[in-house]
Design a protein around this ligand. Sequence first.
Ligand code: PLP
Length: 393
Amino acid sequence: MSKYQVSDDGLYGRFGGQWVPEMLYPNVENLRLNYIKILESDEFKNEFLGLMKDYVGRPTPLTHAKNLSEIFGANIYLKREDLAHTGAHKINNAIGQVIMAKMMGKDRIIAETGAGQHGVATATACALLGVKCRVYMGALDIERQAPNVARMRMLGAEVVAATSGNCTLKDATNEALRDWISNPEDTFYVIGSVVGPHPYPDLVARLQSIISKETKQQVREQTGKNLPDYVIACIGGGSNAAGSFYNFLDDESVRLVAVEAAGLGLDSGETAASIARGTEGIIHGSRTMLMQTDDGQITEPYSISAGLDYPGVGPLHAFLAEQGRATVLAATDQEALDAARLVTLKEGIIPALESAHALAALPMMKFKKDDLVVVTVSGRGDKDMDTYMKRLF
Ligand SMILES: *Cc1c(COP(=O)(O)O)cnc(C)c1O
């Protein structure tokens, strides 16, 4: 078994685990006892892989970026999660967890969302699969993310405002957990990234691992090489990166590069770079690297990109960084904006602001001429057009 796999008790080295209040333990334990069995069942695989193909539109292409290759002096390929249904990788995870919920006899889904992307993916999966969906969202985020709130409502989800604290993601998470504690029988909590208590980080990584499964096959078919030299992805919680890395973890020749959001700069105090500038602690049921004050209060992270604006990072990534298996870089708001502009003008692809952070790694790297580099474009930029217009023109 891979040394980067989660242990039976949910640990990646000293990271991860199940740091949950006693009242939540039965729910999490029920999922832990069932998730591998379900993921490996024919019933799950047939339904999941069928929907990935015919509904999500997988495999997503691996596009040879000829112009970027010339500019950066390497062979650059883009893994196109922006072309998945709903415009990002989050749908892979949402569909997988909703199928799992139904197989566990649950007919009510809850989720929390910050920017609304995970809420939209979950609402989509619930509409498709015919289950009730309630999404908790901070009252402030509901105001800031009106288009995604509208999408969720159109998809039939109930969007509930969290009005405690700062009225943002953390408060929505607390409300969702309270709901789950009160409704353990019929309710499944769909978490949107490789975060939370065990088994969520492993469950989400396995569902997103379809990304690197496809990449591996596409690299062989399209390039004649066996493996890429680099795989680069952005990390908020870390699900698109976990999925992009997963099937390469034991191929030690493949250099894995995770790109955090530096915000206004690593030392500006306005950053979301949890590995570079965070410290070890516990957030959302898991031991990992997070942004906190000296006395352990979680601090508000900052990034121009709503999807990277999370105060922690999945425990797998804390472990990969500590082990030196992954290299962690950070891109500022401005570096991400510049990368988005360049990739749009040179390749005709408008990336999500999150994905632009991964692309911003290209000018930071020293490649050799025949290096084969895969960058995951986690989503499309439609949702970010206001920001692009304000900041680029
Ligand atoms: C949510 C989101 C991310 C960040 O989440 P991860 O779990 O780190 O992948 C990245 N890109 C896009 C397009 C997103 O919507």
